[in-house]
Design a protein around this ligand. Structure first.
Ligand SMILES: CC(C)(COP(=O)(O)OP(=O)(O)OC[C@H]1O[C@@H](n2cnc3c(N)ncnc32)[C@H](O)[C@@H]1OP(=O)(O)O)[C@@H](O)C(=O)NCCC(=O)NCCS
Length: 172
């Protein structure tokens, strides 16, 4: 690993988001099996759009995005982030590449990042928004102790289905 390791857990190295990984990010965000859980916008993510996202994360204090690598294979796993960071709370987000899904990398990464949020960033609360048809993610968030606190109904039509956004939060 020739990148500076920011965090570490059993199977994962976490490094700062980086311009040279934009091609990896684009492949992941534009995978239809992933994109449908991230946005209802039918337009593909573009290089410029991902470039601006990296730039924002590197230049502001309110957004931290880390890229994850598998310790064993060295392969890119996905991204995990805190957005809208304040002194007391932040919104967490995660994307795991299809190849690594359902292998508990999501669970491991969220546990590590939540610990980082509460103990290093000194947050009091972590919240998130998830589409109501994202059963796998909801299952995982519940397992970690997140509880739903509000729902925005019918926020999007995804693959013909009307979906809600469920907001969930976790206290320290
Ligand atoms: C959601 C996501 C982060 C989960 O990470 P992951 O590494 O795939 O998940 P894990 O393997 O850690 O755990 C998934 C759990 O959900 C379960 N699961 C899988 N498919 C499921 C389904 N359709 N319904 C309910 N539970 C499901 C798994 O069995 C596992 O539970 P278990 O530990 O009790 O067996 C990842 O799949 C992902 O990035 N998906 C695409 C993007 C996305 O949805 N991001 C979140 C947006 S809010």
């Amino acid at each position: 690993m020739n990148r500076e390791i920011v965090l570490e857990s059993d199977n994962i190295y976490y490094v700062n988001i980086s311009y040279d990984l934009i091609d990896e990010y684009l492949k992941m965000f534009n995978n239809p099996n992933i994109k449908k859980f991230i946005t209802a916008d039918p337009k593909p993510y573009t290089y410029e759009n991902r470039f601006m996202c990296v730039k924002e994360a590197l230049e502001t204090d309110t957004l931290i995005i880390l890229s994850m690598f598998d310790k064993k294979s060295g392969k890119f796993i996905g991204n995990i982030d805190f957005d809208n960071i304040t002194l007391s709370n932040a919104e967490i987000g995660i994307i795991i590449n299809e190849e690594f899904q359902n292998r508990h990398y999501g669970l491991e990464a969220l546990k590590r990042f939540i610990d980082y949020g509460f103990n290093d960033l000194k947050l009091e609360e972590i919240y998130l928004g998830v589409y109501s048809n994202n059963y796998r993610a909801i299952n995982l968030y519940e397992k970690l102790g997140f509880v739903p606190y509000k729902t925005f109904k019918n926020v999007a039509i995804i693959n013909g289905d009307a979906v809600d956004t469920i907001y969930m939060k976790l206290h320290k």
